[in-house]
Design a protein around this ligand. Structure first.
Ligand SMILES: NC(=O)C1=CN([C@@H]2O[C@H](COP(=O)(O)OP(=O)(O)OC[C@H]3O[C@@H](n4cnc5c(N)ncnc54)[C@H](O)[C@@H]3O)[C@@H](O)[C@H]2O)C=CC1
Ligand SMILES: O=C(O)[C@@H]1CCC=N1
Length: 283
């Protein structure tokens, strides 16, 4: 199994929400030990939190964290990425692998800011990595070694499913699978709100909506599952579910989801453009 090959140590630079989810997913996989993970933070209280929860190495020194790391993950927001890369660039050793998880900094900017002797890749995980059920699009940079590809794939295989694709496709995925969990959770809220509008109390409504999503997701996770078959199992011809589904379609469910995805992709592109413009240093 690919995840047996997770390299060590892994340095996660920026111990925020996504980094914590990845730490949880990796530890849960059983293929990574806390001592294999280094995470950097800006606030010591946050560092203490991560250390006490997971037993990982916590550092406040990014250049020190990358020293000897088999894999370096950049998990800061766009605004902090340039400064972080400037800090670590002199400390990186030839042959190391750097994977940016930023949704809105392109490979061109990453490769320009990092030494040409390192492999640079992008990954776009989603929050289910925390429970080993993430889907993670991966894009290699222009100077990526076979080892870098293998180790990056192994890491994301330990937290779910890695998928290789072009950078343009990864941008599209940002608006589909990166954002997607939030859309699904919002649907659960809407289902609970609808139950409440018909007199179900708030706690019961929440339990019904959550239980429905979790149960449906488990059916979807079965190896032979297809959505048309799963829908057909619920929807008796001429019956009740069919009436609800027809209303969802008539009200434009597919159009609304399509618009949300388009807007998210557009926003990803705009933010990446703004970042690229900021990286242009005046001569
Ligand atoms: N949250 C998500 O579902 C996803 C997030 N991403 C990307 O992951 C990145 C991080 O996102 P989040 O974890 O949600 O944000 P976050 O704000 O929770 O985490 C960023 C962390 O980096 C820390 N940080 C900033 N500069 C640092 C430095 N120089 N040294 C050490 N730590 C530093 C901040 O204190 C913060 O804790 C973003 O670039 C985002 O585009 C990508 C896919 C999904
Ligand atoms: O909302 C964001 O900007 C990030 C990218 C995809 C998920 N979260």
């Amino acid at each position: 199994m690919a995840s047996h090959l997770v390299p060590a140590p892994v340095a996660l630079l920026g111990g925020g929400k996504l980094a914590e989810g990845i730490i949880q997913g990796l530890l849960r996989s059983g293929h990574v030990r806390p001592s294999d993970l280094r995470v950097t933070v800006r606030r010591s209280e946050r560092g203490e939190e991560l250390r006490s929860r997971y037993g990982v190495h916590v550092l406040m020194d990014n250049p020190l964290a990358v020293r000897g790391a088999a894999l370096v993950l950049l998990v800061v927001r766009q605004a902090q990425m340039r400064e972080l890369m400037a800090l670590i660039a002199p400390a990186l050793e030839a042959g190391q692998t750097v994977v940016s998880l930023s949704a809105d900094v392109r490979l061109a900017q990453l490769e320009a800011a990092l030494p040409s002797s390192v492999s640079v890749l992008r990954a776009m995980p989603n929050t289910p990595v925390r429970v080993g059920a993430g889907v993670t699009p991966l894009t290699p940079g222009t100077r990526v070694t076979e080892t870098a590809r293998r180790t990056t794939e192994a890491l994301f295989a330990a937290t779910g499913r890695p998928l290789w694709m072009s950078e343009e496709a990864l941008t599209v995925c940002t608006g589909v699978s990166g954002t997607g969990p939030a859309y699904v959770f919002r649907f659960v809220e809407a289902l609970a709100q609808a139950a409440m509008a018909h007199g179900v109390d708030a706690a019961e409504a929440a339990a019904l909506a959550r239980g429905t999503l979790i149960g449906a997701a488990k059916l979807l996770a079965e190896p032979d599952a297809t959505t048309p078959r799963l829908i057909a199992e619920v929807a008796t011809p001429g019956g009740i579910t069919e009436a609800g589904l027809k209303t969802l379609e008539a009200q434009g469910l597919a159009r609304i989801v399509g618009e949300a995805v388009s807007v998210a992709i557009q926003r990803t592109r705009e933010r990446a453009d703004a970042s690229a413009a900021a990286y242009v240093t005046p001569k």
